[in-house]
Design a protein around this ligand. Structure first.
Ligand code: GLN
Length: 492
């Protein structure tokens, strides 16, 4: 079969169960595509071809025995922030260029236990800091819809791999938008779960109170399948929550769109820099949801102006603490010929970290330093609480909140935005992480340059099923999620 990469996760699962094709055939099909097409996209940092075929054979054996998990034998790509035993985990950094983890992240272990086949590790902004994937030590990744454009970030490799049909699904992480924004830029569905729903164990930490892993795929249905594998409590992550996990696939039609109250925050649509095409597509998608029975309700989210400054204090503060472990001593990059311990620390860190990571460490260290701690860090924490309360108040009156995922579509590689310009592009995604809420991106059409536009739906805590269900029903009534970039149409 030449078009296995066109099948949804449900179709792949059925095809494997009915032995229409084997996991080995499917895996070889994807590996062939990666070999031929990925040199143009550059989404993979490491391809684990040999290991993948061993896993595929094991999945085929399990499928034959009739005791296989629903996803057994289906390939996936992991963002290179998830630790993988025996396989390089770089976090997009020179610091971890040669790092091989002695253990698997829980997300990776769960995927393996379900019989999913790891195709490899995909590119990302260094330590997940960025919105373009350009800050990766391994170079930029192309957006499959226009290869000279960024795929977004930080999970840009995950988005590009799926959008170019170089993996049917991928894992991503979202600290301030890194699942939703690249999903938006690449025309995919991506879910950022409630903080605590997916284990952070073995996920290299950026900002621990904000980091959350989640699925990136073509459709809400595909995301639901992967959520069923990766969600759940983990004793190895003290912030993971011990709460029953939904069957996200079974719940795909569980939320009634008829009568659903969708909040439209006034402040979000007056943001300077909101692209006219993005605004128009978002409004059209809301109109469609209205036709399907939803009720649009104008709401206020008064803290909008505080999102960017609050996040860009708290995230760097946590990063400065988390990244202190990379000191050239225990693991990671070590400078040549240090003259003393201080020289070892200084040069290992200045040579091992890229510019954006260093900038964030400096900002974070400053915000946490004596004399500034109360004025910056503590103040930001107080504002964070107000942002959360703003959402909780809104949810008294609406079921979900709609917003763009990003103010623009993908921009050119090398556009060289200033740090503040880049940070402003995160305006629609940051607050969700600050409040710990779940949110989803769904593709809703294209701009004048044929680049994808995304709609973000933000839900109350633990509403992953509801968000997936709403998007699933939208996708039953529209075909934006079925559109493919030209490069995805290429055969290997
Ligand atoms: N773009 C944001 C940042 O640079 C969010 C990144 C993320 O979610 N990992 O911090």
């Amino acid at each position: 079969m030449t078009d296995l990469h066109r099948l949804s996760i449900r179709e792949l699962s059925e095809g494997l169960k009915q032995a229409q094709f084997s996991s080995r055939e499917l895996t070889e099909h994807y590996l062939k595509r990666i070999a031929k097409i990925d040199p143009k996209v550059k989404s993979y940092v490491t391809v684990t071809a040999e290991q993948a075929l061993i896993e595929a054979d094991a999945a085929d054996a399990a499928l034959k025995s009739g005791h296989a998990h629903a996803l057994a034998g289906i390939p996936l790509a992991h963002k290179d922030i998830f630790c993988t035993q025996g396989i390089k985990t770089t976090a997009g950094s020179k610091m971890l260029d040669n790092f091989i983890s002695p253990y698997d992240a829980t997300v990776v272990a769960k995927a393996k236990a379900a019989g999913l086949v790891t195709l490899g590790k995909v590119n990302m902004d260094e330590f997940a800091m960025g919105s373009t994937s350009e800050s990766s030590y391994f170079g930029a990744t192309g957006n499959p819809w226009a290869l000279d454009h960024v795929p977004g970030g930080s999970s840009g490799g995950s988005a590009a791999a799926v959008a170019a049909d170089l993996a049917p699904i991928a894992t991503g992480t979202d600290t301030g938008g890194s699942i939703r924004q690249p999903a938006s830029f690449c025309g995919l569905t991506g879910l950022k779960p409630t903080y605590g729903r997916v284990s952070r164990f073995g996920m290299i930490a950026y900002a621990s109170s904000l980091d959350q892993g989640g699925p990136m795929a073509r459709s809400a249905e595909d995301c639901a399948y992967l959520m069923n594998v990766i969600a759940g409590h983990d004793a190895k992550d003290s912030t993971s929550v011990n709460k029953e996990v939904d069957d996200y696939v079974a719940n795909l039609n569980g939320t009634a769109v008829k009568g659903l109250r969708i909040g439209i925050p006034k402040q979000y649509f007056n943001v300077a820099g909101l692209d006219a095409d993005v605004k128009a597509r978002v409004e059209e998608s809301l109109k469609k949801l209205e036709e399907m029975g939803a009720i649009l309700v104008e709401i206020d989210l008064n803290m909008t102006e505080a999102y960017v400054p609050t996040y860009y204090l708290i995230a760097p503060a946590e990063a400065s603490s988390n990244l202190s472990r990379f000191d050239g001593v225990r693991y990671g990059y070590r400078c040549e010929n240090p003259v003393d311990l201080m020289d070892l620390y200084k040069r290992s860190r200045s040579e091992g970290f890229g510019a954006e990571v260093q900038r964030r460490i400096l900002i974070g260290t400053y915000a946490l330093s004596a004399g500034y701690y109360d004025a910056y860090y503590v103040k930001a924490q107080k504002v964070r609480r107000l942002i959360q309360q703003d959402f909780l108040k809104a949810f008294e009156n609406v079921d979900v909140i709609a917003a763009p995922s990003a103010p623009t579509t993908a921009y050119k590689i090398g556009a060289n935005l200033s740090p503040t310009e880049m940070y402003l592009g995160d305006i629609y995604t940051l607050a969700v992480n600050l409040a710990g809420l779940p949110a989803i991106n769904a593709p809703i059409g294209f701009d004048k340059d044929s680049l994808p536009v995304g709609l973000q739906l933000i839900g109350n805590y633990w509403s992953e099923s509801q968000l997936l269900s709403i998007v699933h029903q939208y996708q039953q009534n529209t075909d934006w999620h079925t559109k493919r970039a030209a490069i995805a149409e290429e055969n290997a």
